[in-house]
Design a binder for this molecule. Structure first.
Ligand code: GTP
Ligand code: MG
Length: 195
């Protein structure tokens, strides 16, 4: 897909703020600070449209970005950030859970995982939950630039094994720094939205 126009639409804190219309939505899920917002920026070729931060826990709402008049990227709050209070965490959890289960325009969840380390307990729980609930998802292992190319396959294998992925479950290797995986991920998205 050629991105001609990308714009921030809304930080939604509840379902009544989700955009109207019928554009397909591609949501980004993953641990705080794993690189969800950076991935969006790389996909649309913009440095800083999606707010990124070296401090985790930055994204706390559902941030909608419209791409051309083709789709929305929905940047979800990250999970697993210890310094957020338990009540806050539960509130987010419910909110996101509801979005993932009930939003009919949601076509695909990009589950973003750090390629450098084996998936955490939180990552495993999230992936299990997505699969259990039949939410279509694609694992995107990012920050590939942080480890040598010769070790990419080995790290991907560890991610696959830890998440107990099936052979057919999709996974894309990515680097927001280098742009690795961008074309492959666009193809995956286009296929899902019937572009
Ligand atoms: P929250 O909004 O807090 O959940 O974080 P996030 O998942 O949106 O992460 P964000 O995109 O803000 O990135 C967090 C940090 O990781 C930033 O310092 C980014 O520059 C860095 N980062 C993200 N992706 C990559 C990548 O592919 N390679 C490298 N080297 N750094 C990355
Ligand atoms: Mg973010």
């Amino acid at each position: 897909m050629k991105v001609n126009q990308a714009e921030f639409v809304i930080s939604a804190v509840g379902p009544n703020q989700y955009p109207e219309g019928a554009l397909p939505e591609i949501a980004l899920a993953g641990r705080s600070n794993v690189g969800k917002s950076s991935l969006i920026n790389r996909m649309i070729g913009r440095k800083n449209l999606a707010r990124t931060s070296s401090k985790p826990g930055k994204t706390q709402q559902l941030n909608y970005y419209r791409i051309n008049s083709d789709l929305f990227f929905v940047d979800l709050p990250g999970y697993g950030y210890a310094q957020v209070s338990k009540t806050e965490r539960q509130k987010w959890g419910k909110f996101i859970e509801q979005y993932l289960l009930e939003r009919e325009h949601l076509k695909l969840v990009l589950h973003v995982i750090d390629l450098r380390h084996p998936p955490t307990k939180d990552d495993q729980a999230m992936y299990d939950w997505l699969r259990h609930n039949g939410v279509p998802c694609c694992v995107v292992v990012t920050k590939a630039d942080k480890i040598p190319k010769g070790k990419w396959q080995q790290h991907m294998k560890i991610v696959r094994e830890t998440l107990e992925m099936d052979k057919a479950d999709p996974m894309v290797l990515f680097s927001s720094e280098l742009g690795v995986g961008k074309d492959e991920l666009w193809q995956m998205i286009e296929q899902r939205i019937g572009y």
